[in-house]
Design a protein around this ligand. Structure first.
Ligand code: NAD
Ligand code: IPM
Ligand code: MN
Length: 357
């Protein structure tokens, strides 16, 4: 019996979570799994109900669980709070840090039936692409100190610190090389070593780690070029190894290259089997509450949970295939429907996945 902490959060979070849990329920039946779910508030809704974005009870629930399914947090309602009390900084980042979830995997591949939904030209997207973004998630400029504000008037200033230790770079680089070994054996490390001291060090340490993996090819690329190359020819990449902020930016770009922000799943892992699974996108306030959000990222995040935390690879593959079959059948939510197709809602898409499981 495995215990799953369910944190739907804000905006479209609860809508896509509902669809994903229904799919997971069907998976349980089909594969004879026994999962127990316990739900808790996180983010803006937790501020509203309990006065804190990450209530102690929510954290305790996660601590007692084998894995966390997370929706998304944040939205306009909480953007006027002091920055350190807002859902993103008061719930999501502390959760990542608390559980030492340093390794964030964001797999972006183009579904053949969605190729026309990519903003790329057909001759570029026609070659296909399958990229694994490996993003460092608990250090870098998101967590570096000192950070703060000081002074007054025109000299008032605000600052953050981008810092990485050798250990932090080594452990995320090793993850990237291990993953590349079971893929196309190619790691592209994204940095800004032509300007930033921390990135000179990043490149040096990644190069050192590469010696442990002579069977994997390593190349280095500057972030600005990487952003451009992803549009010019995404097919050239296999594993993209990034620090925290570059990985944040580049993964949104990867999501859109596949057709929509609502397609990109993610797993945030530590060295144990525990993980937090969430869509790479956010609470989508512009479409929240209307039942039109794309649940694919949340559904595929549960597939990642089945694979990485529960060791249920066959069930994970079945979910991935059911999603691909649903898209192949021309079933689309609004974000990927284009002009030709009639769109279905979040729940109907989830049900269509269940039919194909
Ligand atoms: P966003 O990802 O929420 O939305 C960007 C665009 O993508 C919007 O047009 C949205 O409609 C679309 N989109 C995203 N997910 C979609 C889905 N499943 N189906 C269809 N369309 C989808 O980014 P944003 O607008 O910059 O952020 C909104 C809020 O979410 C902010 O408060 C932000 O901090 C927060 N956020 C939270 C997380 C998280 O909890 N993991 C991640 C990113 C952003
Ligand atoms: C993501 C999000 C988060 C990040 C925010 C909401 C803190 O954009 O998971 O990509 O920047 O890591
Ligand atoms: Mn992001």
């Amino acid at each position: 019996m495995k215990k799953i902490a369910v944190l739907p959060g804000d905006g479209i979070g609860p809508e896509v979570m509902k669809a994903a849990l229904k799919v997971l329920g069907a998976v349980e039946k089909k594969f004879g799994l026994e999962l127990v779910y316990e739900e808790a508030d996180v983010g803006g809704c937790a501020i509203d109900r309990h006065g804190s974005a990450l209530p102690a009870a929510t954290l305790a629930l996660c601590e007692a669980a084998d894995a966390v399914l997370f929706g998304s947090v944040g939205g306009p309602k909480w953007e006027t709070l002091p920055p350190e009390r807002q859902p993103e900084r008061a719930a999501l980042l502390p959760l990542r840090k608390h559980f030492n979830l340093f390794c964030n995997l964001r797999p972006a591949r183009v579904f053949p039936s969605l190729a026309s939904g990519s903003p790329l030209r057909p001759d570029i997207v026609g070659k296909g692409f399958d990229i694994m973004c490996v993003r460092e998630l608990t250090s870098g400029i998101y967590f570096g100190t000192p950070r703060g504000r000081e002074g007054k008037g025109p000299d008032e200033r605000a600052y953050d610190t981008k810092s990485y230790t050798r250990r932090e770079i080594e452990r995320i680089a090793r993850k990237a090389f291990e993953i590349a070994r079971v893929r196309k054996r190619k790691v592209t490390s994204v940095d800004k070593a032509n300007v930033l001291e921390s990135m000179v060090f990043w490149r040096e340490v990644v190069t050192d780690v590469a010696r442990e993996y002579p069977d994997v090819a390593l190349n280095h690329i500057y972030i600005d070029n990487a952003a451009m190359q992803l549009i010019r020819d995404p097919h050239q990449f296999d594993v993209l190894l990034c620090g925290n902020m570059f990985g944040d930016i580049i993964s949104d770009e990867c999501a859109m290259l596949t057709g929509s922000m609502g397609l990109l799943a993610s797993a945030s892992l530590n060295e144990s089997r525990f993980g937090l699974y969430e869509p790479a996108g956010g609470s989508a306030p512009d479409i929240a509450g209307r039942g039109v959000a794309n649940p694919v990222a949340q559904i595929l995040s549960t597939a990642m949970m089945l694979k990485y935390s529960l060791g249920e690879e066959t069930a994970a593959a079945a979910v991935e295939k059911a999603v691909a079959d649903t898209l192949d059948a021309g079933i689309r939510t609004r974000d990927i429907a284009g002009e030709q197709t009639t769109a279905v809602g979040t729940d109907a898409f989830g049900d269509a996945v269940i039919e194909r499981l």
